[in-house]
Design a protein around this ligand. Sequence first.
Ligand SMILES: [Zn+2]
Ligand SMILES: [Zn+2]
Ligand SMILES: [Zn+2]
Length: 354
Amino acid sequence: MAIAEFAPGSQLVAGKRMFTGGGLYKQPNKNWETVQFAICKRCRRFNRQKGVQPITHCSACGEGIASNVPFYSGEMIRPEFGFVSQYQRKLPVAGNKRPVRLYSSRVYFDDYHVPDHLANQLGPDDHNEALALVPEVSTARAEIRARYSRFGQLALVNHGPEGRGFRVCQNCGYADGETKPPVVGGRRRRGSAPSKHKNPRTNMDCTGFMKTYRLGHEFLTDVLELQINGPLVQQVAAPEGKDMWRSLLYALLEGSSNALGIRRTDLNGTVYYPTATQPPSLVLYDDVPGGAGHVRRIRGALQTIFQAAYERLDSCECGLETACHECLWNFYNQPFHDTLSRGAALSMLSGLIR
Ligand SMILES: [Zn+2]
Ligand SMILES: [Zn+2]
Ligand SMILES: [Zn+2]
C-alpha cells in the first residue's frame, strides 16, 4: 500500500496523469479500525494497542506516555479501503514534473509473531528463538549476535505534516494535513470538529466531523536482527547530534545491496531497542511483500558485507561528520539525513573488517 506516496496532499503519477491525494476511500457504514501507538521516549520501544483508549504507559519499561505527541504517539488507522484523489474535472498530464511527496513514513520493529499453528514445525531457516553469537565475524573487540526470522512484525507510520497527523472526515473520507498543534500538556484533543470541505468523490460540500489520525499499517516479513557488543562500541563516538547506529544501519544496507546484487529498494532497516541498557539491534528486513530471502542471504555473508560497506564509505568524499547521496542518503531515509555520519559508520566498520 502506497501510504507514503498517496497520502493526502501527496502526488502520484499513473497512466501519465498526475493524481493528488484527496482523502481516504470511505465505505458507507464501515469505519477504519483504529490502533493506538506510542514510541517510548525513555526506552524507544514501539507500543501498540487496539481500540480507542490511548496508551498511558510503556509496555517495556513502564514510563508514562502522553497522548497525541508529534512523531511519538497518537491514533492510527490503516487506509484499508484505499485512497481517493482530489476531485478534478480533468487530470493534469504529468509531463516531466516530479510528483510532490510531502511526508515520508517511518518504520518501527514491533515484535516477532510466529503463527500458533506453525510454532512446532519451524527450523533455523524459518525462525531463530533468540540472538546467537556469530563466531565467524566476532572478535575480542566486537561480538556480533544475529537472529533471523521469517516472522518479523514491523509497523509503518506516516506521521503527517510536522508529525501532527491528518484530519480525516468521518463522513466522506476527505483528508488534509493537521495544522493545529496538539493541546499543551499532550492532552488528547477529542478531535471532532465540523469543517466545511468538498467530498473528494462528488465535489459536493460536506460538513462531516473531522478526526486526527496518523496513517499506517503493519506487515510481516523476513528480518535479520544484528547486535554488536564489546569494546569497539565504547570506542566509537558519534559526533554531536549524529546517530552512530542508524549510520551503521544504512551503511550495511548499502553494502548488502552492492555485495549481493540486491535492489536497494527491496531492502530496508530500522533501529530497535530491546532493552534500555543494551546496545540497540539493527533490524534489516526484506521490503518485499511476504519477504524474498534477501536478509537470509545477508546472514550468511556478513564479512563480505562489512567489507563492501567499508569500501563504499571509505571512497566517498563528503565530510566525515555528515553524509551524502553517494554514501548513506537516499530518498526514503530523508527524515534521518541530518542524523547520519559517514565517519561514525566508518569507524565501526573499520573495527568489523578483517
Ligand atoms: Zn519504555
Ligand atoms: Zn466530509
Ligand atoms: Zn558521502
